[in-house]
Design a protein around this ligand. Structure first.
Ligand SMILES: Cc1cc2nc3c(=O)[nH]c(=O)nc-3n(C[C@H](O)[C@H](O)[C@H](O)COP(=O)(O)OP(=O)(O)OC[C@H]3O[C@@H](n4cnc5c(N)ncnc54)[C@H](O)[C@@H]3O)c2cc1C
Length: 271
């Protein structure tokens, strides 16, 4: 993963109470690593036919930065120990960092995600540990931002957008978001509402399996020409790329070839 230069903390070190925002601290403030705790599922939102948001109340929650993730572990039959997977937080740490929304897409044949999507219900308890990750953005890093996501890769990017709304800040953000079709585009309705309300936000949907839907700007997989076109419009100072490794690596190369500094292109790969 490309690390952002400077003091990108592994997790937010504290909350600035006056401004109600998570802060990036120096080494002197580092907390001990997070430990496992039992969260309660306080809501389940069906986002698409294969993706649910699990809203989890975390009893001893730490402040987190937009873009970070939690680990979730569940018992799996035949396995001696619980199996853990990483899930990005899709919600803003403001106003309440103790309630996190994770967006889980079902990976067919997977050990953990089918259980989280098909079986977990409101009121269930889940073992969670976090936050983790340095794929983060807050306003002091500036913009304009180009956010590129595919499938569930949109989840941490949505946290950045929701954080900007909640602060509020008006740093220009453009989301290039690839999905199979509108039906499979996670947060599509929320994004439409936010785009309507906020001048600083614009969204280009990419539908790879629905060539006729005019709600998408592009109807093919994310490629060099597409990124160049969006790049010319947005003139980003920073880019955040999240999704399957191949998409992330290709997009990163394209942005660097277009003139972005490698340190300005942040990546998160969902293997
Ligand atoms: C930092 C980070 C953040 C992430 N955030 C999110 C997020 O916000 N939302 C999200 O949906 N996902 C996210 N992921 C991905 C997530 O962590 C899991 O990898 C994903 O949910 C699949 O887990 P699983 O247990 O369901 O599948 P796995 O059990 O890991 O299986 C994955 C695939 O491999 C196949 N497979 C497994 N074992 C074998 C085998 N022995 N032989 C052949 N094939 C096999 C399965 O059939 C399946 O298709 C994130 C990953 C990272 C690293």
């Amino acid at each position: 993963m490309t690390e952002l230069v400077g003091n990108c903390a592994r997790y937010a070190d504290s909350v600035d109470e006056q401004h109600q925002r998570p802060t990036r601290g120096g080494n002197e403030q580092r907390l001990p690593p997070p430990s496992w705790q039992t969260g309660e599922v306080v809501g389940v939102i069906v986002e698409t036919p294969e993706t649910n948001t699990l809203r989890i109340r975390v009893p001893e929650a730490r402040p987190f930065l937009p873009g970070q993730y939690y680990n979730i572990r569940i018992p799996v039959e035949g396995r001696p120990r619980p199996i853990q997977r990483a899930y990005s937080i899709g919600s803003s740490p403001i106003p309440d960092h103790a309630v996190i929304d994770v967006g889980v897409r079902e990976t067919p044949g997977g050990l953990v995600s089918p259980v989280l999507v098909r079986q977990v219900q409101e009121g269930d308890k889940l073992e969670v540990r976090g936050p983790y990750g340095s794929f983060t953005w807050t306003e002091e890093l500036g913009g304009p931002l180009l956010l590129i996501g595919a499938g569930s890769g949109v989840v941490p990017l949505m946290a950045m957008i929701r954080y900007a709304v909640a602060r509020p800040v008006t740093v220009p953000m453009h989301l290039l978001f690839s999905s199979k079709s509108h039906e499979y585009a996670i947060y599509a309705d929320d994004l439409a509402v936010l785009e309507e309300r906020h001048d600083w936000l614009s969204v280009s949907h990419v539908f790879t399996r629905d060539p006729l839907d005019t709600r998408a700007r592009f109807h093919r997989r994310i490629d060099k020409e597409m990124i160049a076109e969006v790049y010319a419009d947005v003139q980003p100072a920073l880019a955040y790329l999240c999704g399957p490794p191949e998409m992330v690596e290709e997009s990163e190369k394209v942005l660097i070839n277009l003139g972005m500094e490698p340190k300005s292109v942040m990546t998160e790969k969902y293997d």
